[in-house]
Design a protein around this ligand. Sequence first.
Ligand code: MN
Ligand code: MN
Length: 460
Amino acid sequence: MSKKKNLEYELKSAWEVYSSKKDTKAMDKLADRYVEFLSTCKTERLVMDYVRERVEKAGFVDDLKAPKAFRFNRNKTCFLARKGKRPLSEGFRLIGAHVDSPRLDLKQRPLYEDTDICLAKTHYYGGIRKYQWLTIPLALHGTVVRKSGEEITICIGENPKDPVFTITDLLPHLAHKEAAKTVDDAFEAEKLNLVFGQSPAANGKDEDKAKAPVKLKVLEILNKRYGIDESDFFSAELQAVPAGPARFVGLDESMIGGYGQDDRSSVFCGLEALLEETEPEFAQIVLFWDKEEIGSEGATGAKSYFFEYCMEELAETWEPGARLSKIFMNGSALSADVSAAMDPDYKDVYEPLNAARLGYGPCFNKFTGHRGKVGANDAHPDYIGWLRRILDDADIPWHMSELGKVDVGGGGTVAKFLAVYGMDVIDVGVPVLSMHSPFELASKVDIYACTLAFREFLKR
Ligand code: MN
Ligand code: MN
């Protein structure tokens, strides 16, 4: 009877695996830390600050000759490495995740006044469903660099005493015509304008009345507070993101809701794993990239040579004379990224046998891409076999998944940019509901299981 049962695969609930008091306690502690992390790290720069603080505390130094080393690139991307017992050319364990998340970037000339309201124009970053960003409190984060080179950090809207920003939407009473439009037509990118102010600047005499007194007042406040003027937006990166902290969701507090879980959940699990597994057999490398949401482009994206430069320097001191190609070919990597959990209200876009599910641990995507696996890395079965063994031996719940039904959509990750080096790589991360929305949802137990899975990978 039992023999027969073993022939069939059954999904293993992570909640059942981690039902002990000890696990529950550890899971809750990790979840608290995760909520704090999500609440603090709303931009790629803020993630970098967080990572830097934690790795420095753990004894990592800004020197790739050291056995515990880091290198940051423009405070948007970083490379972390810990030397293993075996030489680099015998292999390494790499976890790569991305720190950027979809958001609304301020344009370079954002401010204007209309109908006695000062507004700021945005250009969305990454894939968003535009209507999700309307009528919610938004915070403004970022950096302004003045001509002098002085860098000013901006953060407005996170402190409960701060004001926030928002994008307006039409009232239902006047939306009859809008309601008949398709979603794509109804929400225009050029209407994603942040409300910035409504009161006019004080006038002197009538004849020096400003043409845009409300905008002028906003500029006066910005100047008083940060010493900037309108042209300083040219050299600024300001991002509007959902304001306020991440929260536990559900009566049982089993889930975590918050902005940026794609892909900061992987960043968090990867960092936690690196800091816990201190005596690895093989070298550990953890990379946090920027710009994944727009195709991994630019000097801080996974397509850049930053990773290669770091490895070159690492090899020079960790194993002089070792051939880089040999090092890369022997590497094993996890492209740590979230996947779409099956949504009970939208089951029709998922294929249930191969859909990621909340509460079953991290999900592995053998491939990503779209319409016939185009643009995908397709992980090799021998690599998956090895991963199955190490996770099952450690009794860590995990499952296989695919992003939605074939031909319904698709997506990509950084996996293929690692695969070009010849290393083994597969996509893995926590399943997420409402991905790319201002309030993404993940299960606490999946964060826990994913961290343990990453630890197992970095250890073996
Ligand atoms: Mn992602
Ligand atoms: Mn994404």
